[in-house]
Design a protein around this ligand. Sequence first.
Ligand code: FES
Ligand code: FES
Length: 151
Amino acid sequence: MARLTVNGVARDVDVEPDTPLLWVIREQLGLTGTKYGCGVAACGACTVMVDGEALRSCSLPVSAFNEKQKIVTIEALSPDGSHPLQKAWAALDVPQCGYCQSGQLMAAAALLAKTPKPSDAEIEAAMTNICRCGTYNRIRDGIKQAAGIAI
Ligand code: FES
Ligand code: FES
């Protein structure tokens, strides 16, 4: 049994302690916007924010979390989809297949929360998520547009 606070709501989940947070989010809580890619913390498809940090939920057991920590998934990046990154993603048509993009957005949101006007180097250092469609240039432009930096 674990008690987590996900998207502002405290939830009890009946799982083994070593269950990865990703599967709790997807299977117990039904929040399927967070994706499974590699399962070994390499691709970032499963990225969520925990207390403002971008974490790869496939490789962290649910026992590593408690209800005081604020876990945020793509479903609650903003209450109504109006986060500046979501607006920029739509304006610039960032996604291709879209599979990696919820993880990309959560990583980008964590970056902008800490570094509101990131340099190219800071974007490159923070955005290590893999996109098989190769949308990297548009992701960088989307982050800059959301941050109010000239593209
Ligand atoms: S699925 Fe978690 S990093 Fe790839
Ligand atoms: S948009 Fe297809 S994997 Fe990134």
